[in-house]
Design a protein around this ligand. Structure first.
Ligand code: CTP
Ligand code: ZN
Length: 155
């Protein structure tokens, strides 16, 4: 980082780096972090990045991410890197992979869609474009744009 460390290194936990600028709050939302959990969380927004112009960073102490959380982050921040920190060292660095299908997380915008009317049905979207993100409901073919995905995640 050109201007040195903005927040200190963490001892154990997760650092989500290279988040597109402005999306750190959406990442916190995905992780369900409200700020009253007691563990330390650092949020860095709109800092210079040699790779991407500007970026956000989220550091969470004493927390690792589950598969569902990683998939959701891949949706809205595909450029992000997940660093698992153990005893101050980067123990693991995971790149994100956007899955081909997103199941049971997002809501189809079509009120008549079976997934909005049958309590047994789980939503399922197929990724038809990664950049910009476009998803298509596997049941009614309604498309979901990146803006709509972000809106749903920020709710
Ligand atoms: N980090 C941290 N606490 C640690 C170790 C690392 O907060 N104990 C943070 C770093 O500040 C950085 C991220 O974790 O934001 C990844 O660390 P590192 O791999 O050392 O940095 P880079 O080489 O710059 O990562 P990349 O190659 O992903 O750009
Ligand atoms: Zn649908």
């Amino acid at each position: 980082m050109k201007n040195g460390l903005i927040v200190s290194k963490i001892k154990n936990g997760t650092v989500i780096d290279h988040i597109p600028a402005g999306r750190a709050l959406a990442v916190l939302n995905i992780l369900g972090i409200k700020g009253n959990e007691g563990n330390r969380v650092a949020l860095v927004m709109n800092v210079e990045s040699s790779k991407m112009g500007k970026k956000d960073i989220v550091k969470i102490e004493e927390r690792e991410l589950n598969q569902r959380e990683v998939e959701l982050i891949a949706l809205i921040a595909p450029s992000a890197t997940i660093n698992i920190i153990r005893n101050y060292e980067v123990a693991e660095k995971r790149k994100l992979n956007l899955p081909e299908k997103i199941e049971g997380i997002l809501k189809c915008p079509n009120p008549a869609c079976i997934t909005n009317n049958d309590v047994e049905a789980r939503s399922r979207f197929i990724v038809i474009s990664k950049s910009p993100l476009v998803l298509k409901c596997d049941y009614c073919e309604t498309t979901l744009t990146e803006d709509e995905v972000l809106r749903q995640i920020l709710l």
